[in-house]
Design a protein around this ligand. Structure first.
Ligand code: ZN
Length: 374
């Protein structure tokens, strides 16, 4: 669907663009469980729902104090039950720029300890699935489960097959803030770093923004239970999560002003509708160097190359870590890009968004792009 005669220049130098995260204006903090859902219960009876609420309120307080321009929204501030899908809904309604769900772990092995942070996605790891099954079991306490999740049985591993095609548009941003928080736990608190992981977590599933779920420690471990239940532990854990979010706030504020191209191996795959051409040997993105602005719609980031049927002018770009970004089109005006975005959103990619590149293939802010349109 490219116009005939349009000069498409494949630029051959290697660049990577930081996909500038959006400035963080609204943060939604989600205290896991609540009400008749206590979550995990520790050895001495400490309840997950109580610890998560304390932590969420503390993180929020820190954000409100140091970043008064950032709006903090809590999914709950008291001991009440909130369905998992409602938590995501709150974040979407608030047009949140970041969503963090706070939890405490438990394991049958009482010596398990450490912190881990999850992003939404399918992973083959049985351990990650076990965490998801445990956290998702909250829906069994909800009243209209069928309406909200269909026949999905959170306790059955087989049920999770439906997530194998899940596409996380915000994966990079989510992974980034997740690893910052894990580093804070590890370096500042000297907590055991169980890593950043992917799991099919219902609370993150429908969120339309970077989102993570933090497991702050094991209530099934006596030492960690005591730490999670102590004022010192709560302060330290909250501070670590706050610092992770703070880093994202600062970086995204800078990213909005200047977008710096840096080096990366990029593999471009040009896919014409119904005619898949895969070139994994070179590193290019289709840019028309005669135009000051090239708009594309980014609609997916996944870890494999797949054929896309309904979307025109698809380009697939390898971005490292075995992941691929999927773009559509090369539009000259924001109006055209918006039209394309609407089409793509309506065809199975509701989280798609517009990205602008200059004639050299460097990303630019949409604001600048609009100014430079011709
Ligand atoms: Zn939990």
């Amino acid at each position: 669907m490219r116009k005939k005669g349009l000069l498409l220049v494949l630029f051959s130098f290697l660049v990577m663009t930081i996909f500038a995260g959006k400035p963080i204006k609204v943060v939604v903090l989600d205290a896991g469980h609540g009400g008749n859902d206590p979550g995990a219960i520790g050895i001495t009876g400490v309840k997950e729902k109580d610890i998560t609420l304390i932590l969420a309120l503390k993180v929020g307080k820190m954000l409100e104090t140091f970043y008064p321009n950032v709006k903090v929204v809590y999914t709950r501030t008291t001991d009440v039950f909130i369905p998992l899908n409602r938590r995501a809904q709150i974040a979407n309604e608030q047009h949140a720029d970041f969503f963090m769900s706070i939890h405490c772990n438990s394991a049958t092995n009482s010596s398990s300890y450490g912190t881990e942070t999850f992003v939404m996605g399918m992973d083959k790891s049985a351990a990650n699935l076990a965490v998801a099954q445990k956290e998702n079991a909250s829906i069994l306490l909800e009243s209209n489960t069928k309406e909200n999740y269909g026949d999905f049985d959170p306790t059955s591993p087989e049920a999770y097959i439906i997530f194998s095609l899940y596409q996380n548009v915000y994966l990079e941003q989510s992974l980034k803030v997740a690893s910052t928080i894990q580093s804070e736990f590890k370096n500042t608190l000297h907590k055991v770093d169980r890593g950043v992981k992917q799991a099919p977590l219902l609370v993150l599933w429908r969120t339309a923004m970077p989102s993570i779920l933090v497991e702050t420690g094991f209530l099934s471990n006596k030492t960690e239970e005591a730490y999670l239940n102590s004022a010192k532990g709560q302060e330290e854990l909250a501070k670590a999560m706050f610092r992770g979010i703070e880093k994202m706030i600062k970086e995204n504020a800078v990213a909005e002003q200047t977008v710096t191209p840096i080096q990366e191996n990029r593999t471009s795959v040009q896919v014409d509708t119904n005619n898949v051409k895969i070139d994994t040997t070179d590193s290019k993105l289709v840019i028309d160097s005669t135009k000051q602005v090239n708009y594309k719609v980014q609609f997916m980031v996944i870890n494999r190359v797949v054929t896309i049927d309904k979307i025109p002018d698809v380009e697939i770009v390898k971005i490292g870590n075995g992941r691929y970004k999927y773009y559509s089109g090369n539009m000259s005006t924001y109006a055209e890009a918006t039209e394309r975005l609407q089409y793509i959103s309506a065809h199975g990619y509701p989280d798609a968004y517009i990205v602008a590149f200059d004639k050299n293939g460097n990303t630019m802010s949409i604001q600048d792009a609009k100014k430079n349109e011709r």
